[in-house]
Design a protein around this ligand. Structure first.
Ligand code: FAD
Ligand code: NAD
Length: 479
């Protein structure tokens, strides 16, 4: 007999697994179907984020930062690191064990919360029936009152640089090099290009990043982006803007890359590895049967409203497969929202306050509106900026590059954006997110007592600076 659930979630990434757990916690009979398997055909939960995304990349960013710090900065503290060496296979093993710990953690959470975990590839049919094909090609039919599509995204390929073995790779391949390549090319100066480019640069590769656009990090506040470019260039990343990659050939395990530089001149360069990081696209491969009534738009996204409802009643879609930033925390929050909706609660998700982070060192993080957006919207705003060079804790930590910036509405003093490049930028901007959720004004933050000495004091000073009251820096002149 066909098995019936209250909710079937398709995909166990941070969107799907969080949604499934929340549904079960709210008392719904829930199943989560996942197709991802390891070499031994064991199901791997956690999606892109845990297996080949957020977690393994952050594990390598931490390891490579420790190596770089030991090599470049320890001596300033009187710690001599002569004879320092690298065991790349130990580094990769540590990364893999962090991944295993977290993915098996989801198996445990599913059990503890009573989510039925189903291995196989799901296909949505009419009337919320779901066909599951197991890895040994057996098919079963399930049905549900509600279905949540959380099938995620995959990397975009471009014709001039087709992937080849472990030489021309996407982000997944770039997490697995088994030695430090002498020369690495990266196509795309976006989040992945900068994070993974930094990993290999810190470990000793000469890294060149090719970016098609003429501006660096256009989605970031341009004062912050300019400072970031300066810092990354000093770290050794060679970032070439306005470049057009035109072709590549692999000869004797090396990539011969052809590109047009910013002056239009054709150039050639040889790399040991090439990382293609030009964005990701939604994934719905084979999951939507024609009978299910759901189609994708011309970019491959499943159309949903702000409650993640598709055009078919009781079928929802969340995470990378729908509009909005492709971020794990956005996927998870949508998962929780949908679980609560299914239970007739009235959840709301504030899409204006989704924080973004580039986990380089220093980190780049932001939330809300940047200066260029405020200007474009004709908002009368004021700005407070505080450099980490004037922050006692940052100096004590020998980590004082960058700045934090608070933007507030001139009429109401309400904070409309927080932007940062600097130590622990992600954690500092998160304080801005909390403040903004509670509709804080710059004065509210200014009147708050911050412990000394902390990096958080930089946020305090930036908020003070909004109204010309910073103590440890010269305040910006009023416009
Ligand atoms: P996914 O995580 O992609 O999960 C979708 C799941 O659905 C997969 O497991 C897939 O196998 C399964 N699936 C698909 N089709 C079917 C089917 N028919 N049947 C059964 N199962 C199916 N985001 C951040 O917020 N912070 C970061 O630091 C960060 N770092 C990243 C680093 C890298 C290198 C990459 C590539 C991404 C990173 N991201 C980061 C983005 C983040 O990984 C995604 O936004 C997030 O994983 C999206 O979650 P999701 O649940 O929508 O989809
Ligand atoms: P991205 O959109 O961040 O950056 C891609 C970059 O490649 C852009 O700057 C784009 O202009 C450039 N580009 C596109 N085509 C090009 C070409 N032909 N030649 C040269 N440059 C080209 O995408 P990504 O870095 O691949 O990351 C994909 C997604 O994964 C992002 O949307 C991001 O949300 C998510 N992600 C997030 C994090 C994080 O939160 N820290 C980390 C990694 C990935």
């Amino acid at each position: 007999m066909e098995q019936k659930f209250d909710v079937i979630v398709i995909g166990s990434g941070p969107g799907g697994y969080v949604c499934a757990i929340k549904c079960a916690q709210l008392g719904l009979k829930t199943a989560c179907i996942e197709k991802w398997v390891d070499d031994k055909k064991n199901t791997k939960l956690g999606g892109t984020c845990l297996n080949v995304g957020c977690i393994p990349s952050k594990a390598l960013l931490e390891s490579s930062h420790k190596f770089y710090d030991a090599q470049k900065h320890f001596s300033r503290h009187g710690i001599m690191s002569k004879g320092l060496s690298l065991d790349i296979s130990a580094m990769m093993q540590r990364k893999n064990s962090v991944v295993s710990q977290l993915t098996s953690g989801i198996t445990g959470l599913f059990k503890a919360n009573g989510v039925t975990s189903i291995a196989g590839t799901a296909r949505l049919l009419a009337d919320k029936q779901v066909e599951v094909t197991t890895h040994d090609n057996k098919t079963t039919l399930l049905s549900a009152t509600n279905v949540v599509l959380a099938t995620g995204s995959v990397p975009i390929d471009i014709p001039p640089t087709p992937l080849q073995d472990d030489i021309i790779v996407n982000s997944t391949g770039a997490l697995e090099f088994n030695n430090v390549p002498e020369k690495v090319g990266v196509i795309g100066a976006g989040v992945i290009g900068l994070e993974l480019g930094s990993v290999w640069c810190r470990l000793g590769s000469k890294v060149t990043v090719f970016e098609a656009l003429d501006s660096f990090l256009p989605m970031v506040d341009q004062q912050i982006a300019k400072e970031t470019l300066k810092i990354f260039t000093k770290q050794g990343l060679d970032i070439k803007l306005s470049t057009k990659v035109t072709g590549s050939t692999v000869k004797k395990k090396k990539v011969h890359l052809e590109y047009q530089d910013s002056s239009g001149k054709l150039q050639k360069e040889v790399f040991d590895k090439l990382i293609v990081a030009v964005g990701r696209k939604p994934f719905t491969g084979n999951v939507l049967d024609a009978s299910c009534g759901i189609t994708t738009d011309d970019r491959g996204f499943i159309a949903v409203n702000d409650k993640c409802e598709t055009k078919v009643a009781n079928v929802y879609a969340i995470g990378d497969v729908v509009r909005g930033p492709m971020l794990a925390h956005k996927a998870s929050e949508e998962g929780i929202m949908v679980a609560e909706l299914i239970c007739n609660q009235k959840p709301e998700m504030n899409y204006d306050l989704i924080p973004s982070v580039v986990y380089t060192h220093p980190e780049v993080a932001w939330v809300g509106m940047n200066e260029q957006q405020a200007k474009a919207k004709g908002i009368d705003y004021k700005v407070g900026v505080f450099p980490f060079a004037a922050c006692g804790r940052a100096l004590a930590a020998d980590d004082s590059e960058g700045m934090i910036k608070v933007i507030a509405d001139s009429n109401t003093d309400r904070i409309i954006g927080v932007h940062c490049v600097g130590p622990s930028a992600a954690e500092l901007v998160q304080q801005g997110v909390i403040g903004m959720e509670f509709v804080a004004s710059a004065e509210d933050i200014a009147l708050t007592i911050f412990a000394h000495p902390t990096l958080s004091e930089a946020l305090h000073e930036a908020a003070l600076a909004v109204n010309g009251g910073a103590i440890h820096t010269i305040n910006r002149k009023k416009k």
